[in-house]
Every structure is written in structure tokens, then in C-alpha cells.
Design a binder for this molecule. Sequence first.
Ligand code: TYD
Ligand code: MG
Length: 466
Amino acid sequence: MPTRLRTQYVCQQCGRTAARELGRCPQCGAWNSMVGEAVAPPKPRRVGTPTSGSRRAPQRLAEIEGEAEARLALPIEEFARVLGGGIVPASVVLVGGEPGIGKSTLLLQMAVQMAHHGPVLYVSGEESERQIKARAQRLFGAQGVPDGLFLYSETDLESIIHHLESLQPILAVIDSIQTVYLPELDSSAGSITQVRDCASRLQAVAKAGGTAIFLVGHVTKEGAIAGPRVLEHIVDTVLYLEGDPFHAYRLLRSVKNRFGATTEVGVFEMGAGGMAEVPNPSEAFLAERVVNAPGSAIAVTMEGTRPLLVEVQGLTSPTSFGHPRLTANGVDLNRLLLTIAVLTRRVGLKLAEQDVFVNVVGGLRVEEPAADLAIAAALASSVWDRALPADTALIGEVGLSGELRAVGQLPARLREAARLGFRRAIVPVSPRLERGGAENLSVVEARSVREALRLAAPEGRSSNEE
Ligand code: TYD
Ligand code: MG
């Protein structure tokens, strides 16, 4: 009997299926996201028998062999830490990020490093073998690329899986999951059905052969390309590479990890030599700081378990066209609006009729409320046209009544500030202040934003303030 193909409509944003085309997806609310895809009818199954070829019986825990986590050491430390301490064999890792952010570069560097220890297959659906070779040789030198690295420019997943099974590499990179396709499916490469089914097949191959597979997934700002969202459920680990394309810093963040914490962040710098690790990110982010400039304040934010000192800049200037403008780079707009309201109402700064610009140096995004006080101080310093003391770090969340609220992991933040040579930190009042061994740091507690600003810049208040 010939198999009849049925058409179903699949939301390319979230994977919801419907029998007819809908203008708006009932699950995620996206408009015009439904695309028709052919589906083969399900195979009839006999009731009462196991569905797949697997006839394995349950095992007692004590009888299961093997160590839980034998990892492959990855010499790129910032990367290894985000993975939870190295590469887990037979795992599938998705590395998502906007085009051009450095995913291919980072994964090629990883592939070269790992090829010293066993066969590694780098599959690209976007570049030819020669292009990848040229890039690898530029990054590592002609002698620096080990024999164990295999390059394969292919998009047909059947062929890719065939070579994965015959080569049995310790590691494979599929760059990208949106360019590969299964010929048996009727939809085009990059559609949600292809992306999902390809990832499931690769997951099975990884589990069967012990190969760790890294998938590259492109996401655009609008999340328009099918993939990473649906893939998150299939893979073991999801990492996102992010950063401002106009700056060199890149953050590798884990958002899901079956084998480790999801709070870890790795910091890299994209340069002529590829993605270079930044082991001391605070130093890097403060390197360009101009001391004694008005409108600059130092925040201590947590990136995962790691404290990071960053410079927040604020600039206020009288509005020229009637409507005050607010420009925020790297800070959360709602937190900035709240901070401005508190500065206006509780501190008495005249910020109405002012254009306000806030910028986090280095292209970093600081979403944490603990950076509120530094944002407030940067703006106040700009209004007063007075620099804040260069050796002071500001930590604290700003509340609606102008109070300074406690933040988590204060000892770690204070230690990092002390390590970088800061002499003073202004922090929220807490019943039991833990300094975390930051002995050379004078820690000053403040109850409110107003008090914190007075402590930070005693001579700051001027005629501009009520
Ligand atoms: P790429 O890894 O191709 O990004 P993705 O795979 O995420 O799309 O990196 C693209 C950018 O990185 C490109 O604009 C050039 C730049 N780049 C460097 O600055 N230095 C380098 O050594 C390499 C290989 C790329
Ligand atoms: Mg790429």
C-alpha cells in the first residue's frame, strides 16, 4: 500500500502543530509562523510489545557499570568550566548565538585541541574543507593542527551519521544544525521538523557511539530561525555565546546542563588569534577606565559564581527637542527607569528635561539589581559634574523608597574588589556583615541611595540639588 502523506502545520517558533493553517500560533502567540510540512503516517504498532528494538530489562543500580562522570579534559579552561569541568563523552551540547559572534571559531579551536587525544570530526554545512583548513592553520600554524582532525563539508545527515559511525570520533562538531537535513523528511533544512529530527538522530548516535557531539545553532535577535528553543529539550547541555558585535568580549553562558551548574560563565576576547580566554575579566573590563572622570562608577556584578567589576557610565544633558531621551546600553531599561525615578523623587536630583545615557563599558550586559547603586552614582556624578573617588566600588539594589537593599554573595564581591586594589566599597546595611577576607578594603554601609551617594562623594551635592 503506498504511504499517503498528510500535511500538518508547524509553528516555526515553538513547534506547535495544527491540522490546518492558523494565522496565529495558539501556543506561543507568534503571527504567520505556521508552515505546512508533510508527515508520514505513523507505523501501526502491536499492543503489548516494546515499541522499539530495545528489549533491555531494568537493571539494579549497583549492577550498573562505569563511573558516572569520566570527562575528557579540555585545555580551554573558560570553556571547560562552563561545561562543568570538561567534555562528557556521549553527550550532546548545543552552542547557540547570533551569526558572526564566534561560534565556529570557538568550536574549531576546541576541535583542534581535542584532536591531540583522538579522532575529531568537524562537519560544516557552511564552509568548505579548504576554508576550514585555512582558518585552522591561521589560528594554530601549519604544524599546530594535529592529524586527528577530520574535516567534512556536508549537509546530508545520513552521510554525516555514516561517517560518525565508521570514524568513531571522541568528539564531533555539527556546524550548524540548521544546515543539515534528513532526506527522508519532506521539509527543508532549517525547518523546525528537520532541526528537531536531526538533533534526535544525532543524540541517538552520540549515546550509541560514545561521541560527544557539539551542535551549532544560529539564533537571530527575533529568534526567527527555527531551532534552539525546541532543541533545548533534546540536548544535554545548552550554551549561549553572546556579546556586543562592536566589542571584542564574548560571554559563554550555560543555560541548561545535565552535568554541571548552569550559572557558569566563560569570558573570551575575539581577536586576530581567534577566541582568547580572559582569565581575569575584571582587569580586562577596567583596563580602559579613565580615572577622575565624572559620570563613571564601578559596579560589582556576579556572572555565575564569579564576581566581575565593571564600569558603568552615565551622562545627562539638557533635552534639546522637547522630549527627553533615554538610551541604555548594557543595563536593564526597567531598572534604569526605576533608578532615575528614585534619584528624582528620593534624592532630589533634577533629571526631568534631561537626556539620559547609560553605558556599560566593554559591551557587557549587566541585568543584576546589585548594579543599581553604581548606575545611580554614575548619573549623580554626571549631574554634579564631579568624579567619584576612583578607588570606590558601589554595590546594592535600589528599592522604590530609595532604600538600599541587600544583595547576594557579598563576600565574593568584596574579595574581588579588594583583589583589584579597590580601597573602599559602599554596600547595603546588613545585620551581619561578612567581609569574606577582604581585609584591605574599607566597607561602608549605607541605608539609602541618598546616604550612599553622600558617602561616595561627600562634596558632590551642589546647587543642582534641592
Ligand atoms: P565565526 O566564528 O564565523 O562566527 P559564527 O560561527 O558565530 O557565525 O566568527 C565570525 C567573526 O569573527 C568574523 O566577523 C571574523 C571574526 N574573527 C576574528 O576576529 N578573528 C578570528 O581569528 C576569526 C577566525 C574570526
Ligand atoms: Mg559559523
